[in-house]
Every structure is written in structure tokens, then in C-alpha cells.
Design a protein around this ligand. Structure first.
Ligand SMILES: [Zn+2]
Length: 67
């Protein structure tokens, strides 16, 4: 089951053009590419969060030393 990216109407799987609005639907290749991009963005986010955690831990250690 798929939904039109333009109007949101229900489409048959593999439909290239919406039968309601005629909007072109993303093909499997595009969806695969978007998944890969989303995956790499999620990876970057995880890296950033890990760095932030390290910085927070570092700051806490410094506070402990100061007290
Ligand atoms: Zn449509």
C-alpha cells in the first residue's frame, strides 16, 4: 500500500503516477536513496550526540575537580 506524495490518496503499489492528481510517485530507487540518506543523517546525529555526551561528562569531571 502506498499513498500519493502530492495529494495523499491511496495508490496501488508500483504506481508511477497518481490516478487522482497525476502526480509522479517516487520509484523504488528514489525511496532506497532517501532511506540511505536518512540512515546517514541518523548516523551523523548519533555521532553528534555521542560527542555532546563526552563534552558533558568532561564538564562534570571538571566540576568535580573544582569542588
Ligand atoms: Zn495524487
Amino acid at each position: 500500500m502506498a499513498f500519493c506524495v502530492q495529494c495523499g490518496q491511496m495508490q496501488n503499489d508500483g504506481t508511477r503516477f497518481c490516478r487522482f492528481c497525476g502526480g509522479q510517485q517516487p520509484g523504488d530507487q528514489l525511496i532506497a536513496r532517501l532511506r540511505m540518506e536518512a540512515e546517514s543523517i541518523r548516523y551523523q546525529m548519533q555521532q553528534m550526540q555521542a560527542q555532546q555526551m563526552q563534552q558533558m561528562n568532561y564538564g562534570q569531571q571538571q566540576n568535580q575537580q573544582r569542588w
